[in-house]
Design a protein around this ligand. Sequence first.
Ligand code: ADP
Ligand code: MG
Ligand code: MG
Length: 903
Amino acid sequence: MDRYVYDFAEGGRDRADLLGGKGANLAEMVRMGLPVPPGFTVTTEACRVFLATGAPPPELDQEIAEHLERLERAAGRRLGQVDDPLLLSVRSGARFSMPGMMETILDIGLNDYAVLGLAKTPARERFAWDSYRRLVQMFGTTVMGVDGALFEDVLTRIEHQHHVVDDAHLDTCDLIRIVETYKDIIRERTGEDFPQDPHEQLRRAVLAVFGSWNAERARVYRRREHIPDDLGTAVNIQTMVFGNRGADSGSGVAFTRDPATGRPGVYGDYLPDAQGEDVVSGTRDAVPLQELERLDPASYEKLCGHLQRLEEHYRDLCDIEFTIEQGRLWMLQTRVGKRTAQAAFGIAGQLVDEGLISLDEALERVSGEGLARLMFPSFDTSDAEEPLTRGVPASPGAAVGAAVFDSAEAGRRAAAGERVVLVRPETTPDDLPGMVAAQAVLTSRGGKTSHAAVVARGMGKVCVCGAEGLVVDPRGRRCTAGGVTVEEGTVLSVDGTEGRVYLGEVPLVDSVVMRYFEGGGRLPEEAGEEDVEQVVRDVHRLMERADAVRRLEVRANADTPEDAARARRFGARGIGLCRTEHMFLGERRGYVETMILAAGDAEREAALAELLPLQRRDFVGILEAMDGLPVTIRLLDPPLHEFLPDAVELAVRVAREEAVGREPDARDTALLAAVTRMHEENPMLGLRGVRLGLVVPGLVAMQVRAVAEAVVERVRAGGSPRAQIMVPLVGAAAELHLVRDEVERVLAQVSEESGVAVDCPVGTMIELPRAALTAGRIARDADFFSFGTNDLTQTTWGFSRDDVEAAFFPAYLEKGVFETSPFETIDRDGVGRLVELAVAEGRAARPDLEVGVCGEHGGDPESVRFFHGAGLDYVSCSPFRLPVARLEAGRAALRGVSGSDTR
Ligand code: ADP
Ligand code: MG
Ligand code: MG
């Protein structure tokens, strides 16, 4: 880096890395010829030196001095001169906007003499002292570290004495008194005088802005927004203009269109006789921008002209800050403005219609995260009260229902047509029926990737986890939070988007976008303008485009015909993961128990034979719902003891009988023995997946036969079933080879028996590091790979999701070990490399190998972008996340084409 300071005239919006967003955009406005107070920018590089070494680069003082001199020459005024001095603002401005997170100091250059020079005429006295008061206050808090409340107290006290409500009504004498008091406070608190030397003020202000990069609130903000901690901020040093010079002055903020709804038309706030930060601080009530048209029509017209030029130039919604000094308009800031999800889709569509951007650019302007937000109903919380509790916003949306504390009650009430909220300390697979029945799930433990959260997201249910201070008492059928007791049946409103829970019913606003997808993602033919909401049209248009440009195919994770049907409506081109474990639950558990307890082959085969027709029926339904499209069926994966009753419950039952001298139930005793025998310290790493298939005789054969016979049935019914058989948890090529032999044997048998040629591709999940590392060998026996990124993440990191989320993820996120949970967004550097390696070696061994992903990551926007880049054929995710995956796959395909930044 050859230098650390750039004049505004040298920069431009493409240099935001170096100049920060604010500096780059100020420079851009200068280039456009808009009225910007002159100034220069100290680069983020200088800040990085400061952050790394604790001191600014040695050359910096000199460079600032040179630029300042140039500024002074052009202005014909000098910093600190007694007669009408030059004043400066020192403004933070990082690469990504962090509104209000870092410091800005206005009116640098005033001191006990310069304030008199600024006043010059009696008419300007009040303005001069007001400015000095602001400087001493801002400098005292920001640079010298004095508690801001001390200054505020003084101000309030004097305002009270005068019975005025805000500082606009204080006269010069008051302001002089306040400045003196402020200076006393600074001396008392810091043992140092407020610096009278303007150059010292400037130097220290710059360092304070550098330092504010690491202020607590800035760090917190960065973590939430995933902004890297090592970027640093630029500092903009700019000539002051004054909105606090009377009625013909003022300052305001404006948007080129409404950032909440996307509606066109300027939009903003204006505050007469005020300096910039007054507008946002809310100390005084601003007026709508339209009011300016009446107050100062000339400035208003100019402003509208600038807004339009900015929007045409940036080709996007811009948000700006401006100040009017005695009828003269100055532009102080612009940037591409933040907006709600609805506005993002709306504005993108409008800009296409206006010819400012192409449809592909429009697609890049929206995001999967935003689409997800549009799909969930939301609360109208405009006048909602304080929440009962807050927790992790685990699955977005809004739901209302009566509190219930177990699965059975949830089922009972739901069957009677009641809406319920399932409240549990945490959830387990046993709570599944209750979760299905409930509108929302609320837990007191766990985080974003806890069982409750993952399952709820998969089902599109609202979920708040780890709620603060919530104590759940399932036996007593009640919970308490913040001193309030919630009995069973009490109505709760759960906001999974914000992570809040309210007592009582908060009104809901339904999602029209969700209704659109549920209806198959089509606009009604010949619908008039008024029949379809604008947001649906906006979404539809971009979905169509995304589908047209994407290379990644999307499939769904679906285990039932209903899910399969919904998946089709939501745009799935097949099922990427059909789990079979739920087919072993419910009343079928008995057969599974018998199979496990079987004394010999005959008994086991009998139990398996009972399961066969039930499984076949399941598969027929799913193949029918997905007719013509691939359905990837995974062989049984979880450890068998998961299907057995709880060990403690059994032990209690047996002990109770024994205690009263009765012989315990023989089956209970046998089950207890089996449960004890099968106990595993680490079930996740135990007897599961392909291992089960290799040691439990007949299990694979039964499942494959059920699939094959279902295929035959569908063919006979005139369908085109396309079942694929997927083997889980393979770590060695030999495992897959053995299972494949058995699969082929059964397929051949069924083909022969039925006379229908059953030909199912056989493939494997890649979910162990060893599988990824030996993918070339495994591919010889695999027609396809499907990355099970949940297990692959667990086994690559060596931690189990359910254990680590509550235990240390919060600390890891806090300490920045990772920015997001690797269970939410694929860990590119570790897990991602394994994926890339396996794709490369798998395809090298077998060029026609089909490769997809079926982990939770398949519906995560950021991960979808990665999978596109890794060359996968498809992503598979829960039905509700399909639209997001489709949209992001489309965006990924466009990425790099226009090279734009999508943050
Ligand atoms: P933030 O990033 O928090 O918005 P800014 O650097 O934009 O901080 O400054 C805070 C306020 O001070 C804004 O309202 C801005 O318009 C105002 N301001 C900044 N520089 C000047 C200046 N040179 N003249 C007048 N007002 C200014
Ligand atoms: Mg600003
Ligand atoms: Mg797995």
